[in-house]
Structures are given as C-alpha cells and as structure tokens.
Design a protein around this ligand. Structure first.
Ligand SMILES: [Zn+2]
Length: 676
C-alpha cells in the first residue's frame, strides 16, 4: 500500500509538472494551438531594454497608477467602496472605469509574479476583498450601474458592462494562476454565472448586446481555468450572434453607434476586413481567436486570417499602430469613430492610433502566433511593443498619451473641436478616459510571458531581451537557459543552456522579417540549417548544459517608404533600424524650426550610436536633415527652387519622443534626391 501511495504521488506530481496552466493565456489544453504559453514568471528579465522597462513598471508605473486609482483622482477603488457600503459618495469616472481598475490589478499581479513582494500581494488582496463586498448577491458587479440612477442593468450596451466583465474575468484568472488563490476567481465565477443565465438564451432583446467585447477573451480564460464548458459556449455565442440580427431592432441598441462601428454589419465568419472602432474590433478578434483555439472551426480561423492580413497589410502604420481615424465612415457607410477606415488611408498628423488599439493589435497577434506558430505574428507584436505601445507612456512612467500620431505640429490637433485626451500635444499624468494607461502598463509588466512559447518538441524564442528562462517543455523536462543581449540596440544575442534533457529537442529562433543576412552559430560553429528572414529557424539536436547559441542580426539603418497607394506618405521616408522606428523632433533641430520645413536627403549617410544617458539609454541615428526656407504663404504656392540648408542632427526612437519638453515631431519626412 505504501508503495502504491508513493507511486500514485509520484505520478500525480509528474502530471502536475507537465501541465503549464499558468500562462498569460492558458492554451495548454487547447487542441488548435501550435505554440503554448510558458507559465507566468518562468521568464525573468535580467538586463537590457525590457529589464529596464520592467523596473520602471515595478517601481513607478504600477505604484503610481495604483495611487491614482485607489485615491480620489482616479476614484476607481472609491466606486467599489461606495458600492460595498464602506464609503459615502457617488460614482465617478467613465462607465468602463471598473474595467480599467481590473487591468491595473492585472498589471500589479504580473509584477508580483516577478518579484514575490508580499506587501504588494496583500494590497491586491485587500482590493479584491472590497470588490467582493461590492458584488451583489446574484453576482452582478458594475459600480456605474449600481451607483448611478441613470443606468439600468443590461439595458444599453454602451454602458460597457461586458467590457468591465471581461477585464474582471481575465484579471481574476491571472490572479489565480499566479497565487493559487480563489478569492478573486470566485467573484469572477459568480459574475459569469449570472451572465450565462441572462445572455446564453437566444433573445431578441440581447441579440446585439455587447459593445467593447472583452468578455469573450475573459470567458474563454475562465473556461480554461475552471474547465466549465458553459463559459466557452457563452463566449462562442457572443460571436455567433454578432451580425445575425437586423441593425436597429431594440431600444437598448438603437441609433449610433451601430453597424460596422461595432462589427455587427457583417457576421465575423464572412468578414474580410477589419472595421469600426479599433479597440472594439481587436478585442473582438482576439476573443474569436481564443474561441478558435478551443473549437478549431475552420470558418472562424479563415476569417481571422483574412482580417489579420487586412490589418497588417492595409490599415497599419509603420509603428504597428492601428485605428487611423478619429471620425470616418466604413465601406458600408456606417459612421466610424476612433477606428479603421479605408485601406491605405493613413494620415500622419491626424492619426488616432489609440494606445489601447495598438496594444490590442499585439494581443490579437500573440493569439495568432499561438495558433499558427509563424514568426510574422511575433514580428507585429514586437513592432507594436517597441514603437506604438511604448509611445503611450513617458520614460519616467507617469504620463500618458491616448492618441499616437506620426506627426505633431503645434495647434493643429483640434479636429475634434472638444479639447480632450486625443489631441494632447504632451503626455498627461491622468486621463479622464483611463482605458489606455493600465492596458499599456499590464502589457509592459507581462512581456516576459510573451518572450518564449512551448512548441511541440521544444521552445520558440519569440522576443529578444536579456533574460533567464526556467521552464518545462511539453514532455515535462526542465529547460534552463540565459539570454544575453543589448537588443534592440545591438543585433547580437547569446543564449546559454544551463539545464536540459539529454535527448534531442527543438530550439526555434525568430528571424525577424527585416533581419536579412542573420547568422547563427552553435558553440562557435555556423549551423547548417538555411536561414530565412521572416521565419523561425528550427535547430533540432541533443543539447547539453554549456551549449551556447549566438545569433547575429544585422542592424542596418534603413530608409523606408510606404505603399504607393498611401497618399499621405508619397515621396516621404522614415528611418528604421531593426524593430525600432525613428523620428525627428524639435530638440534636435535649430530653435524655432517648424517640422513641416524638415526634409531628408535620400543620400544622407546614417549611422547608429548608443547613448546610455539619453532618453533612458537609446541608440540614436546620426545623420543630417535638409531645412527648407519657406516664406511663401497661402494654400497653394507657385513653385520656386528651394534653398536647402543641411543640418547635422540625430533621429531618436519614436517611442521616446516628447520626453524633452513640448516638441514638434515627424516620423515620415519628404525625401530629396541628389542633395546632401
Ligand atoms: Zn484606450
């Protein structure tokens, strides 16, 4: 009997160690996923770019944002306290403010997963206990509706109940995975059970309910956590229903925003382009990818493939940003706000590019990476992270951009008429609409979880950065390795294996699409496998502790032009190096230079140089710009031969712009050939 128990215990413990069920998305048991998530905390940044960013997240972003949201400025925790009967007062903040608080909690949990700070966990658990007290007996939990007299339960989809629910589910699942506790998870389950009773039955009244549909992702994650299939079925129901009902049929969804704006004009499986509000769209597509990962339905992934291609080939900025327009129309002539418009219509100055939308682009791509195991998805994640995500926050970690245009000219961003966060010329410490800041901070806090994936027979290196990985392959064997690199400032990456099984397994390395000419050596010898940029290279062999892999990606400076159909960048170029997009901004130009007078010579020599003290440590691109003397006025002017003045200067990473005072900036510059 003793032996039996021992064998049983052994078997049980091995079984547990096999399962990697603590990923950012837990796709361990998802049948239709090629790349599975590593457990949160398996990868820790050690040095370099992401280690520095994580440190800012840990020391500044999360605590500072926490002080806002739990204090009177943000008033998010106050809303829960008032709903819990612990405080007197009224609801303040947007109707989606609960969701933004859950996102901050998620960020704090990722930080705890890395540093194990018990004080932080105690703080998190105190907030969870307040959230629990605010929850009603039947599971309902929406402080905006509980505290405001003008909002009725589930009567208007614009009240963002689904958005708040989705972030609650996700945050609670992450908390459970990291801590093993159920206090937050139980709140989520109780709430999801209520949603199921109301929204699972097919009713005309709720046929078009759901606006910003993060509940789909959240419900799939809740299914993965609890194994209760009803949450997956409910998630799928929200997709099946979209586009099924005639627009404008019930009071709760009448009038604007309707149709393409909320992705309901065309059923998802028939869609071939990304439409509408970019944040709504990408959360929806990401949720659908989660559903596909479980169901394997061909029509669903076919549609998501078409949509992903449409976004990244026709509606995405060079920075990975999406959601071109503050206002516009869809191809079905539905009014669009903050979202996707026509293909190749890419304004620079008035680009909307909400930080959330950019972050969602990387979330959608991470899910597609899991499903297909192809490097193009990780290329987009990386592009977003290094450019249009990080541009949303100051280097110090306390100020935020809501919109991320590619050009800034003072006093021109008044297209909305009402002064709001979308036309800020500088980052602000608090935005009334607080969706973007915690979305970005939770992303910065979790990038380490995206850096590697578990492939069928090994590990894929998705993102480069100095880190230590300690994980288990899908067969349960331990793998420990260290990555050393100054990426993205240098293209050399060294990976040293500390511990692994003796039998052969795969190491997959992403060769970014821009990294033509990359070389890889194992223990100093060039590998025989043919390398292709824009694909993972797979090396299968018996690995042993002490093995060293060196990857050398050429970090050339490039001038990049847009597709000829992007009229807004005709005869203009941007400077890029590796995954980083550069810009020119006022501090690097003569005093009083207007950015519209800045041109670049197509022949100008460009050279990267690293400055540890500048902008938190960046490689700038040394080169020259051409300044044009333009005194002419009027909307149209007779052309005179321009007088050029060459000005030696530097280009700085786009994400780091607006950290040296109020500045004008541009990513794309008109190019002049034959002039230096
Ligand atoms: Zn946002």
């Amino acid at each position: 009997m003793k032996n039996f128990i021992l064998i049983f215990c052994l078997f049980f413990s091995i079984n547990i160690s096999f399962a990697q069920e603590k990923g950012i998305i837990n796709n361990t048991n998802s049948s239709h996923v090629k790349f599975k998530s590593i457990n949160i905390g398996d990868c820790k940044w050690t040095e370099g770019f992401w280690a520095d960013k994580f440190k800012v997240a840990e020391k500044t972003m999360v605590p500072y944002m926490g002080s806002l949201l739990t204090g009177d400025t943000g008033h998010a925790l106050n809303n829960f306290k008032i709903a819990a009967g612990m405080k007197k007062g009224t609801h303040q903040g947007m109707r989606w403010h609960d969701g933004d608080f859950y996102k901050w909690l998620e960020a704090a949990i990722y930080v705890y997963a890395q540093n194990g700070d018990q004080k932080l966990l105690k703080e998190i658990d105190e907030y969870i206990s307040i959230i629990g007290k605010a929850q009603e007996d039947d599971g309902y939990l929406q402080t905006q509706a509980q505290l405001r007299g003008d909002i009725e339960r589930y009567e208007n989809r614009r009240n963002h109940e689904m958005y708040n629910s989705g972030h609650l589910f996700t945050s609670a699942c992450i908390h459970h995975r990291v801590t093993g506790q159920t206090n937050f998870l139980n709140i989520a389950i109780k709430h999801a059970d209520l949603l199921y009773t109301i929204f699972y039955p097919e009713t005309k009244h709720y046929g078009r309910f759901g606006f910003n549909q993060t509940q789909i992702m959240g419900l799939v994650e809740l299914f993965r956590t609890t194994k209760n299939e009803k949450y997956l079925k409910l998630a799928e129901k929200f997709i099946n229903r979209r586009g099924k009902y005639e627009v404008d049929h019930v009071a709760s969804t009448q009038g604007y925003p309707i149709g393409d704006m909320v992705q309901e004009r065309t059923p998802l499986r028939e869609a071939d382009e990304a439409v509408g509000h970019a944040v709504l769209a990408l959360y929806y597509y990401a949720g659908a990818a989660d559903v596909y990962a479980e169901t394997g339905e061909q029509a669903l992934i076919d549609a998501l493939d078409r949509i992903w291609e449409n976004v990244t080939e026709k509606k995405m900025y060079i920075t990975g940003a999406v959601g071109q327009a503050h206002y516009g129309v869809s191809t079905h002539r539905d009014k669009i706000q903050e979202g996707f418009i026509d293909a190749y219509m890419m304004p620079n100055l008035t680009a909307y590019n909400e930080t959330c939308a950019n972050v969602c682009n990387s979330m959608f791509s991470y899910r597609m990476l899991g499903i297909h195991g192809q490097s193009k998805y990780a290329d987009i994640m990386e592009l977003v992270l290094f450019n249009s995500a990080l541009s949303g926050i100051s280097l110090e970690g306390k100020d935020y951009f809501y919109a991320n245009p590619l050009r800034m000219i003072h006093n021109t961003r008044d297209f909305s008429r009402n002064k709001d966060a979308t036309e800020l010329e500088e980052r602000e410490p608090y935005l009334d609409c607080f969706c973007c800041p915690p979305n970005l901070v939770r992303t910065i806090a979790k990038v380490s979880g995206w850096a590697y994936s578990l492939s069928e027979k090994g590990v894929a290196v998705n993102l480069y950065g100095g880190n230590q990985l300690e994980t288990k392959l899908l067969d349960g064997s331990t793998l420990k390795l260290t990555q050393t690199t100054q990426y993205p400032w240098e293209g050399k990456v060294k990976i040293s294996i500390q511990e692994c099984k003796p039998s052969p397994f795969d190491l997959l390395f992403r060769i970014p699409e821009w990294a033509e000419g990359t070389t890889i050596k194992v223990n100093g010898k060039a590998i025989k496998v043919k390398l292709k940029a824009g694909a993972y290279v797979k090396i299968n062999r018996p690995w042993k502790p002490g093995d060293v892999i060196t990857i050398d990606m050429p970090m050339e400076v490039n001038l990049v032009e847009g597709h000829p159909l992007i009229e807004e960048v005709r005869n203009q170029v941007a400077v890029t190096r590796g995954p980083v997009v550069y810009c020119i901004e006022s501090p690097d130009l003569p005093r009083n230079t207007e950015i519209i007078d800045v041109y670049i010579s197509g022949n100008t020599p460009l050279k990267a140089e690293y400055f540890p003290e500048l902008l938190g440590g960046v490689a700038t691109i040394k080169g020259a710009v051409l300044l044009r003397d333009s005194e002419e006025e009027g909307m149209y002017r007779k052309v005179k031969k321009p007088k050029w003045k060459s000005y030696p200067t530097q280009f700085v990473p786009y994400y780091a712009w607006s950290n040296r005072g109020k500045a004008e900036m541009t990513v794309f510059m008109p190019v002049v050939w034959g002039q230096n």
